[in-house]
Design a protein around this ligand. Structure first.
Ligand SMILES: *Cc1c(COP(=O)(O)O)cnc(C)c1O
Length: 413
């Protein structure tokens, strides 16, 4: 019998979405008449169709595949140059960020990139995450053997947890002990918080001073609406030397089912080899991707390229404002019902304080039983998420309005 990666056996605490599924199934079985009424505002998946510009581009790309002259087999593992150049021009150079096309690596998902990046990093790093946190950062470190066992609150030994709480505006304070790697996600999933230039500068300065690496997840950058809030860590001077950035077409262009994302690894960003010498992470990531990855489908990359066309930009702005309007409706309805609400202005997530005396899971059960609404308990994202609840604005307008009416009625009782 082969041995297994024992690190996976430490993952018992990663039960959030299965547990939600279990409770919803149990409720539906006990209340068959209510099953059809259930509105899911839990998982962060988009609901609206792809932008027309992307559809047109992908149809055309399918036709390209039908002729020998325009057929595409294996593409470059790092992505086609035309897409890398479009990304750099529209996402970086237009905002004054000094990023070159060959520093952009296309992939089929940001989730994979967040996980795979650990391939090129050592196992002896001190890793910091915020609490609450996108579970992928934590679980992939567990799988890679970078942690000890989980304690009763679900926190793993060896990781540094930085609370993101009301007192710090849900942006974690700098660690008090030195860390090698810091995961940051802004606009944030799950809290919907954003980081100002000053906040990000504080992190970049910390990383430069301590030789730390920032893994910056900007999956929700398109939702930034307030002026002055950075959309990329590279808007902060000096960030090139300390940060890798993850981006995705999932949330801005609705590519969750289409799959396309990219990671920026600037040249000159280094790590330390066992012999003490500096090694460029760019070369390691390029090597990793060309060995373990064979590129994103040509058709999908053409779809992603259309995101940067004039029509594509307009359609994406419309999509984003549609979801942000949902978020506004959710915020206002909950505030009217007397709840304390955070996020939902520069992010598609609303982070709600649970009513006095209810834990995250108790509030989950209240909403499921009394309003037939499914959300996500804050405690599922980390110990510091206890007492909070996440509602996603990714839904149809009809569902959001109906859900808010029901929640309002439940909370008014
Ligand atoms: C949705 C999401 C992503 C993007 O994931 P994909 O795999 O590209 O769909 C990345 N980070 C966070 C925090 C997310 O919520």
């Amino acid at each position: 019998m082969p041995t297994v990666n024992d690190n996976f056996l430490k993952l018992a605490a990663g039960y959030l979405f299965p547990e939600i599924g279990r409770r919803v199934a149990e409720f539906a079985q006990a209340n068959p008449e209510a099953e059809a009424k259930i509105i899911k505002m839990g998982i962060g998946d988009v609901t609206e169709p792809l932008p027309e510009a992307c559809i047109v581009a992908m149809h055309k790309a399918v036709d390209d595949m039908s002729k020998r002259e325009s057929f595409h087999g294996y593409g470059p593992a790092q992505g086609y140059d035309w897409l890398r150049e479009a990304i750099v021009e529209h996402d970086y150079q237009s905002r004054g960020c000094d990023i070159a096309a060959d520093e952009v690596f296309l992939s089929d998902a940001s989730k994979c990139d967040c996980a795979n990046i650990l391939d090129i990093l050592g196992n002896d790093n001190t890793v910091a995450v915020s609490d609450p946190v996108y579970p992928v950062y934590v679980d992939t470190n567990v799988m890679a053997g970078n942690t000890g066992e989980a304690d009763d609150s679900g926190r793993y030994g060896g990781l540094v947890y930085l609370p993101a709480v009301e007192e710090n505006g849900f942006t974690p304070d700098l660690p008090t002990t030195r860390v090698d790697i810091i995961y940051l996600c802004f606009p944030n999933n799950p809290t919907g918080s954003v980081a100002t230039k000053e906040t990000l500068k504080k992190w970049v300065d910390y990383a430069r001073e301590h030789g730390s690496l920032i893994l910056f997840d900007a999956a929700y950058e398109a939702f930034v609406t307030e002026p002055g809030i950075p959309r990329s860590i590279y808007e902060i001077p000096g960030a090139r030397d300390v940060a890798i950035e993850f981006r995705s077409f999932s949330k801005n262009a609705g590519f969750t089912g289409t799959r396309c994302a990219f990671t920026v690894v600037p040249k000159g960003l280094t790590g330390k080899a066992a012999d003490g010498s500096s090694v460029e992470l760019h070369g390691l990531w390029k090597r990793r991707q060309s060995t373990k990855f064979n590129g994103v489908s040509y058709i999908i990359q053409r779809g992603a390229e259309a995101v940067y066309s004039e029509a594509g930009k307009e359609q994406i702005a419309e999509l984003v404002s549609f979801y942000l309007e949902n978020a506004r409706i959710i915020r206002e309805a909950l505030e009217q019902a007397g709840m304390t609400v955070f996020g939902g202005v520069n992010a598609p997530y609303v982070w709600v304080k649970t009513p006095e005396g209810q834990t995250s899971w108790q509030f989950f059960d209240t909403l499921l039983n009394d309003a037939n609404i499914v959300g996500t308990p804050g405690s599922g994202f980390g110990a510091a998420g206890e007492g909070y609840f996440r509602l996603s604005a990714f839904n149809s307008r009809e569902n959001v309005e109906e859900a808010m009416q029901r929640i309002g009625a439940v909370l008014a009782v």
